[in-house]
Design a protein around this ligand. Structure first.
Ligand code: ADP
Length: 264
């Protein structure tokens, strides 16, 4: 059995004493090397889960363990080194004047030796298919390319967990496809756990497991195939199963992976 990297034990959270509970008794585990998609309608609690994993918020009830370490005020700085996050807006994530500077930024802050930095820049840009853009200014890139660089920048610091919180939401269909291919490629190349947060069921096809959120509770957890087989009840909680997702999942079961072509 591989290592448990994330554990939620009976976690409840609210944004203030007078506020309603937005997460209610949530328990789940995510293992090393696993790709878990968290899906649910808007406001179901997905982003709150991401912020709790990263120690941006703390639960009022229950506990959260990252690689065996409890997330609390004392451990958050260590834990943030292990958890990389990519958010929705590609334009809010750049700090460097070139793609290469951007990927180097997090490593420079940690005092990574220069030689190691150069190798890691090459490795991570190639993992996201952006190795030809090292010296490009970020504002010249498409939305999908920007998000790929954002993923490389996070990977450069070798996190144990990579969370993509609606990272495709602001992209056009081409950009979305780019990101889903990138994520799949990265999961093959880097030993990490991946969490993709989305409200689009099309994006869960390639995940190993899916956690479905509804009004702050875990409504279901299963493989994509099992989840898609419940399309009528999914519709009742505001989630539509696109035909293409069912088709892609069936092909995956037969060993045909629709989105594993090399990046270009
Ligand atoms: P999702 O990511 O699934 O859209 P969120 O985790 O962002 O859901 O939100 C869950 C609930 O918490 C929603 O009802 C939302 O309105 C509420 N919420 C989110 N952020 C805050 C905040 N900063 N203060 C108060 N309520 C919030």
């Amino acid at each position: 059995m591989s290592r448990k990297l994330i554990e939620f034990r009976d976690v409840s959270f609210r944004y203030g004493e007078e506020q309603p509970w937005v997460l209610k008794n949530c328990s789940f585990e995510i293992y090393e090397g696993e790709w878990v998609a968290i899906i649910g309608h808007n406001g179901s609690g997905k982003s709150t889960i991401a912020k709790l994993i990263n120690g941006l918020l703390f639960p009022q009830k229950g506990e959260i363990l990252i690689d065996g370490q409890q997330v609390n005020e004392e451990t958050i700085w260590d834990i943030r080194k292990e958890v990389g996050m990519v958010f929705q807006n590609p334009d809010n994530q750049f700090v460097g004047t070139t793609v290469q500077d951007d990927v180097a930024f997090g490593m420079e802050n940690r005092g990574t030796p220069r030689e190691e930095m150069v190798t890691r820049i090459e490795e991570t840009l190639s993992a996201v298919g952006m190795e030809d853009y090292r010296f490009t200014e970020p504002h010249r890139l498409s939305g999908g390319q920007k998000q790929r660089v954002a993923i490389a920048s996070v990977l450069a610091i070798s996190p144990k967990v990579l969370i993509l919180d609606e990272a495709t939401a602001m992209l056009d269909p081409k950009g979305r496809t780019e990101i889903m291919r990138t994520v799949s490629n990265v999961q093959n190349k880097e030993a990490l756990s991946l969490i993709t947060i989305t409200h689009d069921l099309q994006e869960v096809v390639q995940a190993d497991r899916v956690i479905v959120m509804n009004n702050g509770e875990i409504w279901d957890r299963a493989t994509p195939r099992e989840i898609f087989s419940k399309k009528d009840s999914l519709r009742e909680i505001g989630l539509d199963v696109p035909f293409v997702a069912i088709l892609a999942d069936e092909l995956k079961e037969k060993g045909i992976n629709l989105t594993k072509e090399p990046l270009n």
